[in-house]
Design a protein around this ligand. Structure first.
Ligand code: SF4
Length: 178
């Protein structure tokens, strides 16, 4: 199986989740957010294809990274390949964050034909930063996200509770009572 990426894996990122992280930049996004920071990642024919096994090999060689972050582009446009990658990543004890232009509720909508693949991918993700980037809600002081509508979601807790559960990091920043 192949995955389409926008660039090689970025190492040691400190802005795409907590700790040092390896970021996987997927290629392809439908959302067309105004003033997106990565417009070169939108084209579904852009970037380059690489075998999933090669990406897993690179992840196996990671050192000193707390986890990986799926970014893009929208990672949820390539769930099958990412399920394979995340499955192997979890075996290494790394945590997984993911960014998406979809809201968590859109991903969990059973009426959507992509629901089963999305739900399967979510099983491997610890934390999701969700929602489109909205220029009018942009805030440079926000941690790990670009605009105030985007949320940091604790996916494990949400799947267990069968409802959207915000991540502690987000609740503290937004002064939301636990
Ligand atoms: S979802 Fe992300 S990559 Fe896609 S257009 Fe919006 S900001 Fe850009």
């Amino acid at each position: 199986m192949k995955i389409r990426l926008a660039s090689s894996i970025t190492m040691d990122s400190i802005v795409d989740g907590p700790g040092l992280r390896a970021v996987l930049w997927t290629q392809g996004c439908h959302h067309k957010c105004k003033n997106c920071h990565n417009p070169q990642t939108h084209d579904f024919h852009g970037g380059f294809e690489v075998a999933v096994e090669e990406v897993i090999e690179e992840i196996n060689k990671l050192k000193l990274q707390r986890g990986i972050t799926l970014s893009g582009g929208d990672p949820f446009e390539q769930p099958e390949a990412l399920i394979e990658i995340c499955k192997e990543t979890k075996k290494l004890g790394l945590d997984i964050w993911a960014y998406t232009g979809y809201t968590f509720e859109e991903l969990m909508d059973i009426k959507n034909p992509k629901y089963f693949k999305w739900a399967h991918l979510l099983e491997y993700i610890d934390v999701l930063v969700d929602g489109r980037f909205i220029e009018e809600k942009k805030d440079l002081l926000l941690k790990f996200r670009g605009s105030r509508n985007q949320r940091i979601i604790d996916v494990r807790k949400s799947l267990n509770a069968k409802k959207t559960m915000l991540h502690l990091e987000y609740m503290e920043e937004m002064n939301i009572a636990k």
